[in-house]
Design a protein around this ligand. Structure first.
Ligand SMILES: Cc1cc2nc3c(=O)[nH]c(=O)nc-3n(C[C@H](O)[C@H](O)[C@H](O)COP(=O)(O)O)c2cc1C
Length: 391
């Protein structure tokens, strides 16, 4: 009799455990607890072609993976017994105050993730009191995004062979209240994104250039996005064109895609207002280095004359902490914003930014830093540090 009772109890326990696990899975899938979990949610929410357009990188995707992995090889050296009852994450970028050093990277075609597209992203960035860099390839126009809400925003520029397009966009961005131009310099041609080629990724009409150039392109069996970009972008863009850009706008110009000390020095010489250490999230030159590994090289080259921002693989507050310890003033976040948008619209983007901010705040508290200026080089140990200490 008691054996039967024990057996029944055991079966009941097992059933309850299975139910708990199932419930746990359901809860986990709908309520992400960190930024990485938004990726799976986005994959579920999006058609394969769109998810892979967002998630993919160039060729072997070595750089794509390296961006994230490189952060994992840097450790944090915390200081203890510091009064961390108040933490201040606020900072300034080109004179504009933001609530934390976490900004929104430019990325194209937000409407693939959500019908509200960049309007939702812009509202989420504004509510988070941070700066969004609107992509040249946005689904909503420069003007529509500007009208969506009041906020400090920058505009990212690609330069087409027809130079009047860039001139037109810069003039419209300036008129619409954007506060800086972010010239992307790592894209004379589009990187080979094999997922897009396989999926025959189709580019929707480029909203910002409507009426300025024809957007009809023959894909020739591959990705029409690749064909379109390669037929429009100006591969002759060079350093002298920064002077041209400066001559057509009063806005400060940041250069996005600088990953060597040589180019960082020239960027200062030509009067850039800032540099963004970026390999385009591993979407351009595969086997270019993980960005966090070259931040210091760029920081040393610019000698504090202009701000250094870094992007690529930032997925944790501790990543932001590490980037700042290595000398960056701020980070940009790319894919997680798109995943947040795909999973939960405007609210999802807000959540992504909020999670990173909360994690950064916690990392600062646990490492004994009460403000961003307290985060110093001695708070991190890189692979290079470890190698040097062995010599
Ligand atoms: C889907 C997608 C579209 C992008 N579009 C642009 C763009 O239009 N202009 C640009 O300068 N960078 C673009 N980027 C690169 C991002 O600005 C940023 O450098 C990169 O996403 C950072 O890496 P992360 O995604 O690992 O955070 C794009 C990135 C992605 C993932």
């Amino acid at each position: 009799m008691s054996l039967t009772l024990e057996l029944m109890n055991w079966v009941l326990d097992m059933v309850l455990q299975i139910i708990r696990e199932l419930l746990g899975k359901v809860t986990m899938s709908s309520e992400p607890v960190n930024v990485n979990e938004f990726k799976a949610l986005a994959e579920r929410a999006l058609p394969k072609m769109y998810f892979e357009f967002y998630a993919g990188g160039a060729e072997d995707e070595h750089t794509l993976k390296a961006n994230e992995e490189a952060y994992q090889r840097i450790t944090i050296r915390p200081r203890v017994l510091v009064d961390v009852s108040r933490i201040d994450m606020s900072t300034r970028m080109l004179g504009y105050s933001i609530s934390s050093p976490i900004m929104v990277a430019p990325s194209g075609l937000h409407k693939l993730a959500n019908p509200e597209g960049e309007l939702a992203t812009a509202r989420a960035a504004a509510a988070s009191n941070t700066i969004m860099i609107l992509s040249f390839g946005s689904s909503y126009s420069v003007e529509e995004v500007a009208a969506s809400c009041n906020a400090v925003r920058f505009f990212q520029l690609y330069v087409y062979k027809q130079r009047h397009v860039a001139a037109n966009l810069v003039e419209r961005a300036e008129r619409s209240g954007y506060k800086a131009i972010v010239l992307t310099v790592d894209c004379p041609r589009m990187g080979r994104r094999e997922a897009d080629i396989k999926n025959r990724m189709i580019v929707s009409k480029q909203k910002n250039v409507e009426g300025l150039v024809s957007t009809e392109v023959d894909a020739d069996g591959g990705s029409n996005l690749e064909a379109y970009v390669n037929s429009t972008l100006d591969p002759s863009l060079s350093w002298k064109d920064v002077a041209w850009l400066k001559s057509i706008t009063k806005l400060p110009i940041l250069l996005k895609g600088i990953i060597t000390h040589e180019d960082a020095r020239i960027a200062v010489e030509v009067g850039a207002a800032g540099v963004i250490v970026s390999n385009h999230g591993g979407r351009q030159l595969d086997y270019s280095p993980a960005t966090i590994n070259v931040v210091e090289e760029v920081v040393h080259a610019v000698k504090g004359k202009i701000p250094v921002i870094v992007d690529g693989g930032v997925r944790r507050g501790t990543d932001v902490f590490k980037a700042l310890a290595l000398g960056a003033q701020a980070v940009l976040v790319g894919r997680p914003i798109l995943y947040g948008l795909a999973a939960k619209g405007e609210h999802g983007v807000k959540q992504v930014i909020q999670m990173l901010k909360e994690e950064l705040e916690l990392a600062m508290a646990l490492a004994g830093c009460t403000s961003l200026k307290d985060i110093t080089r001695s708070h991190v140990r890189t692979e290079r540090d470890r190698c040097q200490s062995m010599l």
